[in-house]
Every structure is written in structure tokens, then in C-alpha cells.
Design a protein around this ligand. Sequence first.
Ligand code: BES
Ligand code: MN
Ligand code: ZN
Length: 508
Amino acid sequence: MSSDPGYQAPTVTVSSSIPRRGVGEAVLIVPVVTRDDAAAVAASAPFLDGDAVTEIETALKALGATGGEGQTHRLVVTSLPVASVLTVGLGKDRDEWPADTVRRLAGNAARSLDKVAAVLTTLSALDLEAAIEGLILGSYRFTEFRSDKTAPKDGGLRAITALSQEPKARARDAAQRATDIATAVATARDFVNTPPSHLYPDEFARRAKTLAEAAGLSVEILDDKALAKNGYGGIVGVGKGSSRPPRLVRLTHRGAKIGRKNRAKKVALIGKGITFDTGGISIKPAANMHHMTSDMGGAAAVIATVVLAAKQKLPIDVVATVPMAENMPSATAQRPGDVLTQYGGTTVEVLNTDAEGRLILADAIVRACEDDPDYLIETSTLTGAQIVALGARTPGIMGSDEFRDRVAALSQQVGENGWAMPLPEELKDDLKSTVADLANVSGSRNAGMLVAGTYLREFVADGVAWAHIDIAGPAFNSAGPWGYTGKGGTGVPVRTMFAVLEDISRAG
Ligand code: BES
Ligand code: MN
Ligand code: ZN
């Protein structure tokens, strides 16, 4: 449906005071800290008068609230023009608050509200952007397939008023940036949350095209015939077990014409787009196989990020190369033991059809390197071993040493918390095949995340600084909601990749 506008964020306004009128139905979100074992209102001095502060603190005391991290309380405060106040605990008082703490607590607050259309907040006095991002992301809901169509797409939140005393122009920029970033994360979440019945390669490609064209990007789509003709053996091999044929989508943002042409860097983004991973003939066990609806989380993040780069007019060239396939077992599926030829000519013995991500990614990496990028970032729900090594919330980042560390540092800064991992030379020996140039898996369970990274490294052109971000766990929250992250698609690592693109725009 090309008329679907996609995810629409609540409208965001920045104001230097609480409006006296028109907020009678709104909820005011106020941060509180622990001071002398009691809850004390924080960061709200310019916006709340003494009466309001006293009323809030007295009510919290009566409830036994201490301002502990993440605690929320809903209060009726008669000295304010709003319907109610939602306090959110920041924990022990301190001078500075990390952005992600503000983002997380704003998310907590937004998640605790239901059927509230308008909020005001003073969390924005701590960090304007983080507060807005947290509120938008915390209010995200995926209701597409609910019969009750009265539940709006975003849980009901339509308007955010962030209270801030920052200069007008700066505040407006910050609000726009936060809205754009949160919209990109929500867009990636929508893709991940859309079930495999409704999101298969051709449909995924079509939706990516609609979104990208609306943002002014140029779009190229290779269908199954073009893929076979041009030698994309990995994508064709993985896709051939499905009745729904594979695609390769390329989305281009030309920022060089915005910035200084000769200094503009070129960045390649690549994301794994397996719209469902049954494992193929090397089929997965039934328990939790439905989580493999998230196996296009890398593709979702990459598509959302290149669109965000265009919206934010980054003065660099960004080209997303996104392979899409459905990994199914059937009479036409590839077999364990088959040999395929990756784009560019490397032959591979497919010992396990469930190690399909690296097969479609290798084709995409070789294609992306033909454009001579300065940097290449690839992200994928690549290995269960990532979850074993780092858990469900910590992406593993591999690649060329310097760039990998730069990406990991930025990932920490934005609160996605990726961690640098090595690619030990000796692991390459584990990928030897008796019949082809490479095998797609090693014979042991050791270091599965790093072996997959080692496989990908074989396809990156010399001289390209690259990073591989394994998000098998972090792309999809199958546990309880926390902070600004609900169940299902998380949108990781959109904010990491965008931070890297911004950093490259600034520093080269
Ligand atoms: N998509 C999976 C990896 C995955 C596992 C993502 C759990 C999210 C949660 C990937 O295609 C896969 O099946 N990897 C295999 C590799 C193995 C055969 C070497 C794995 O991790 O078991
Ligand atoms: Mn697999
Ligand atoms: Zn997979």
C-alpha cells in the first residue's frame, strides 16, 4: 500500500513555561530524586512554583515514595492546570544525568501511561533530546493486527510539550532531531514486528522503496531473475527454498552535493534481511522458532538509518545494500553439502543451511565494495552465539580494529551499548572446505559469533574500514519491557549507525 504514511510520531513542542490553558486533559511528567530518604522534585524549578513542588512532595511522602530509580506515581495536583502529574524516580541525586538514563526514565513514564493523548514534561530540563526520544519510543505500540482499531498506533500519545529554557532555535533543532531519530527507530520496529505472513522479500522491498522515495533517495531493486543473471549465488541459494523469491534493495543518499564534494565520505550500510529463518533443510527446533520473524532486524535498521540520514541532510554519501530472502525447507531448497558461488566468485560449501545470513551478506558486501566506500557497516541477527557471549541486550561489534572501536564507543554513548569483539586470525582455518574455497560453518561450537565475523571479513575489499554488528539478541526483546523498549522489535542499532554517520560527517 503505497499510501501508507508509515510510523507517525506524536507532535513535539518546546515551551519555556507550562501553558495556563488547553492542558486540562494533559499529564505532566516530573522527575524526582532521592534526597534524605524522601522524594524531591528535580530540575523543575523554573517551571513549577513553590506551591506545586510542596504539593507534589507532600503527596509522595504520604505514599511512602522515595524517588527510587524507575518508580512512577500518578498524582492529582490542584495547584497545577494539568489533569494529573506523573512522577518518575531518578534515584540518588547527582549533578549530571547520562543521556540514556533520562531517555530510559522518560520511556518508563511513557509506558506507564495508557490512553493519554497529551503530556508535558520537565525531564527535558535534564536533557531535551533524550527526554523526547524516550517519550516517543516508550509510547510506541504495534497494533496493526489488533481488531480493536480504536487503539491508536502509538498507544494514544499524540502530543508532547517539552519544557526547556534553551534558546528557541537550538531547542527547535533538538526537538526535530529527537523526533526524526525516534521515528527511524520506530520505523525499524514496525518492520520487525510485521509478521512473516505479511512481510516477505518482495513486500519488504516495496515498503523500503516507498519509504526511501518519500525521503528523496534513489532506489534500485534486483529481483530473483536479475540476481541469478548477475551471479548473486548466496542470495539465490538461500532464497530458492521459498515460493517467495529473494530481492536485493539499494537505497542511495547523495549528501556529497550538500557538503564539500571532494571531502565528502562514502559509507556503505548493509543489513541482513531474512524475512523468516526456519533454518532451511538444517531446520530449527519448533520452540521459539517464531522469534525468527526478527531475522530481518539488520535490514530494518539499515533502511531506517539511510532514510534518517537523508532527512537530517547529512553531507556524506550513504548507500544501503539490503539482501532479502526467506529461508525455507522445500523440494527446491539448497541442501547441506551444496556448493554455491558468492557474488564475486568465491565458492562456498553450504554445510549448514541455517548459517544463511553470512551467505546473503557476503554477496551484498562484495557488491557494496564495488562502489569504493570509505567505511562499511554491516549489521545482522547473525548468530545465537552472540546471545551466549553477550546476552540479549549487548551487540557484538567486530571489524577493522580502529573503526570497530569507534563504532563501539559511539554505541556506548547512545545507550545501545555495543561491545568490541576480536576476530582472531586462527579462526579462519575453521572455515576450510574439502571441496570449495570456504565452508559456511566451522566444525566446532567455539566462538560462533567470531567465526561468522571471520567469514564476512573474507568479502570486505582491502582498504575499506568496516564494522560488523551482531544483533541476534538486541534486535528483538522477547523478555519483559524495560525503559523505552517494549516487547518485540527494538530498532537496535539505528541510533548507533546514525551516530557513526554523524561522526563521519563531522570528523571524516
Ligand atoms: N538467525 C539465526 C541467528 C539467531 C539466533 C538470531 C537466535 C536471533 C536469535 C542465524 O541464521 C542462525 O541460524 N545461526 C546459526 C549459525 C550456526 C548454524 C553456525 C546459529 O546461531 O545457530
Ligand atoms: Mn539461520
Ligand atoms: Zn538467520
